[in-house]
Ligand binder design. Structure first.
Ligand SMILES: *[C@@H]1O[C@H](CO)[C@@H](O)[C@H](O)[C@H]1NC(C)=O
Ligand SMILES: *[C@@H]1O[C@H](CO)[C@@H](O)[C@H](O)[C@H]1NC(C)=O
Ligand SMILES: *[C@@H]1O[C@H](CO)[C@@H](O)[C@H](O)[C@H]1NC(C)=O
Ligand SMILES: *[C@@H]1O[C@H](CO)[C@@H](O)[C@H](O)[C@H]1NC(C)=O
Length: 711
């Protein structure tokens, strides 16, 4: 009886097999056209390795017979997805699922659900009988039907994911894929008249070999030593130094606290985290480190104490300054820059590129599209603060130094500024090389440029600030403005020089806008970036406005009598001005003459609007807006501005490099990503600032004091 039952089952299954296997010719044809992985399996004869061939064969038979595991594997393979015309070149498949399959990972359910599930799924057929592995193929297509934004590189690079037997090599897959692509078997190629060319096949395996290159060993060694230094300094500070200082305090109870061994910032100038050292020559003599500090070496080491430096960052601003609002302006400006960087540095993982481009015509997106205005705000702040500090220091020594002395001062200031900015930058670049060397092995979506390669190659240009527009601009305007402040001594010269620079700058923008046929579409803005955005001389106007406003405020002694009417007019004008500049280009289809006027005057107008805000706040006409902008909350964050500015592009690229799926741009996605990136950036900025930025400021100060004492 038993025997008969079995044999009838055998007959039935044989019968079924003849029906379903081989599958109807039409089905196989469709499968081949839709699933690149299935099309690959038709070319297994090209493969030399018998194991790979056998496993591929088994996989194909499984798919033809609809065996569960093979369908699951096929389902993890990438295939052309919708949105090709709008730039979706991500046929990535499901890398995570492929990994779960290779690990025989079962989903844990409660007993009764599992029992019910087993009615539909045979648990024995859930996993492939061989190890599977995820491969990524990078392919270039030449379809002209796809819309390109012209704003980014590699817009025709397709990433195709494969979940295939681990016994197959990259070369095997490349051979099979080449045949598939050459024979134009894929439907999508037919449909959009695309030809394909394989760039590379990678297996995205992290074999940890990258850890053993000289570069990485150097970086790790350096960072470990550096952390060691910080640790030693912190332990010394907490265990030994603190006690000693406490004792001293008890003894000299009546003495001024400032005689503590550690130099303290005393003046309000401390606000200018960013440009601190400009005022240092004027400020230092207020500090009198006459303590009998432990030893010279330990004094230097103490600069690296984590605890003290943390306190330094979170220390409340001591004086109620009338330029407090710059703290918040720096923080908000930096957040704005992060927001724009998010759009700029995620284009390579954006699947709906054309849609994102179309969104740039909406009102809200203008805040993103015109993000460069935030940099102009920075220039304004820099110009303002430089002048402010210059005049604060000037009261102390009236005499005009001779030319050689002045040149020496410039060089000194320049070197100090370099030392002030570079260590943090250096550490950030080392971290970036380390992280992206690792991610480069494993990240499925290629970044626009390979950060570790670029950084390793060009780190020295970074160190010299040759290639970075922000710093280069900053430094060059810094030099220029040093000259200006010098001329402030002779007021008329300064004013006429400023006016000449202003008009020549505006003139050059006008000239380039005209000759380059500037229209404010995104692609044109991008292609004219060098001439209309990067060059220092086209960006100097906000700087000049900042300096002028600062000068005026000092002249008025921060007091200005304004009637209610003029206040209202002032606010209305500035809001109108800045809003029209910010949102004026929602419709980018404007006449040529108008777009030239816009490109010439927008940055000037923007800085004038900011100027009103600053004037109103500094002269106590700001009301609730200025109260908010001057709140204490912004002070520590503003001290982290420089580091946060440095790290945020790497944070964005780092998150992108870890993702297994492309991104789709919409407002909620951007908002969520913005929050994540801001928080992570400021946390990392805090760590870097406390361990490198603050210590080197302190070292500079210590050095200055030493020099003063020696005189
Ligand atoms: C399992 O299936 C039975 C019958 O099909 C149904 O009554 C029961 O609710 C199912 N249990 C669960 C946990 O889904
Ligand atoms: C996973 O399961 C399959 C079939 O059930 C088996 O052949 C294979 O050896 C298992 N692999 C691992 C890593 O356990
Ligand atoms: C198979 O072997 C031939 C001859 O040795 C070689 O030319 C070919 O590249 C090999 N194919 C693969 C996929 O390794
Ligand atoms: C794409 O490439 C193929 C083969 O190289 C070529 O024949 C075809 O003309 C190209 N198409 C376009 C639009 O350039």
């Amino acid at each position: 009886m038993q025997h008969e039952k079995i044999s009838s089952w055998a007959w039935l299954s044989l019968f079924l097999l003849t029906i379903f296997h081989p599958p109807a010719q039409g089905t196989a044809e469709t499968m081949r056209q839709m699933f690149p992985a299935y099309a690959l399996m038709e070319n297994i004869d090209l493969v030399n390795s018998s194991r790979c061939r056998a496993e591929m064969e088994e996989f194909r038979n499984g798919v033809d017979n609809k065996i569960l595991w093979s369908l699951r594997v096929l389902d993890s393979n990438g295939m052309p997805s919708s949105g090709f015309v709008n730039g979706n070149n991500f046929w990535i498949g499901d890398r995570q699922n492929c990994k779960l399959l290779s690990e025989n990972h079962t989903l844990l359910f409660s007993e009764d659900v599992r029992k019910n599930n087993s009615i539909y799924r045979n648990p024995k057929e859930e996993f492939p009988p061989f190890k599977v592995h995820f491969f990524a193929a990078r392919i270039r297509h030449n379809s002209t039907l796809q819309y390109h934004t012209e704003v980014m590189m590699n817009e025709n690079l397709i990433t195709l994911g494969f979940c295939l037997p681990a016994s197959c090599t990259n070369h095997d897959i490349a051979t099979m894929l080449e045949k598939v692509l050459n024979e134009r078997k894929l439907l999508i190629g037919e449909l959009f008249s695309a030809n394909f060319e394989i760039i590379e096949i990678t297996d995205l395996v992290d074999d940890h070999q990258w850890l053993f290159s000289a570069k990485i060993i150097f970086i790790v060694g350096f960072l470990v030593l550096f952390c060691g230094l910080v640790a030693v300094a912190t332990v010394y500070d907490v265990l030994i130094h603190k006690k000693r200082t406490k004792n001293k305090k008890e003894i000299f109870n009546f003495e001024n606290n400032n005689t503590n061994s550690k130099p303290r910032d005393t003046s309000a100038d401390e606000l200018k985290n960013e440009i601190e050292e400009k005022c240092e020559t004027d400020q230092e003599d207020s500090v009198s480190p006459k303590s009998k500090s432990p030893s010279n070496v330990m004094e230097y080491v103490l600069c690296f104490s984590f605890v003290t430096n943390t306190r330094q960052i979170f220390k409340a601003e001591e004086s109620a300054d009338n330029v407090r609002i710059f703290h918040s302006m720096k923080v908000l400006g930096n957040l704005w820059i992060i927001l724009c960087h998010i759009i700029f540095y995620t284009t390579h993982i954006t699947a709906n590129k054309t849609i994102a481009y179309a969104l740039s015509d909406t009102l809200a997106a203008q805040i993103l599209a015109n993000g460069t205005l935030s940099v102009d705000t920075y220039f304004f702040i820099s110009g303002f603060l430089l002048t402010y500090i210059f005049f604060k220091g000037q009261s102390k020594d009236k005499k005009v130094p001779s030319l050689p002395v002045r040149i020496k001062q410039y060089i000194e200031l320049f070197v100090k500024r370099y030392i002030r900015l570079t260590p943090a930058y250096f550490v950030v670049i080392l971290l970036a090389i380390f992280y992206f060397t690792w991610k480069d092995q494993t990240s499925i979506i290629l970044p626009v440029e390979r950060v570790n390669v670029v950084c390793s190659k060009y780190w020295w240009t970074n160190m010299l600030y040759i290639n970075n527009l922000y710093h280069w601009n900053d430094i060059s305007s810094f030099i220029t403005s040093l000259n200006f402040t010098d001329y402030f001594r002779h007021c008329n010269t300064a004013v006429s020089l400023g006016v000449v620079t202003l008009f020549s700058s505006l003139g050059s923008i006008l000239y380039f806008s005209y000759t380059l046929n500037f229209v404010p579409t995104l692609d044109k803005q991008y292609s004219t970036l060098t001439d209309l955005y990067i060059r220092p001389w086209v960006r100097i106007v906000p700087y000049l406005v900042g300096m002028a406003i600062s000068y005026l405020l000092i002249k008025w002694n921060y007091k200005l009598h304004l009637s209610k009417k003029s206040l209202i007019v002032g606010w209305a004008l500035s809001i109108l001005c800045n809003c029209s500049i910010l949102f004026g280009l929602t419709d980018k289809n404007i006449p040529f003459s108008l777009s030239i006027i816009y490109s010439t005057l927008s940055r000037t107008g923007w800085s004038l609007g900011i100027a009103w805000l600053v004037v109103a706040c500094c002269t106590n006409h700001g009301g609730i807006i200025c109260k908010f902008l001057s709140s204490d909350f912004f002070v520590p964050l503003s001290r982290l501005t420089y580091c946060a500015y440095l790290v945020n592009p790497f944070v964005i690229l780092g998150i992108c490099a870890s993702r297994s799926f492309p991104d789709y741009i919409d407002y909620y996605n951007i908002a969520a990503f913005f929050l994540t990136v801001s928080v992570i950036s400021y946390i990392i900025a805090f760590l870097i600032s406390v361990t490198t930025e603050v210590p080197f400021i302190k070292l500079l100060r210590l050095y200055n004091n030493r020099q003063k004492r020696m005189k």
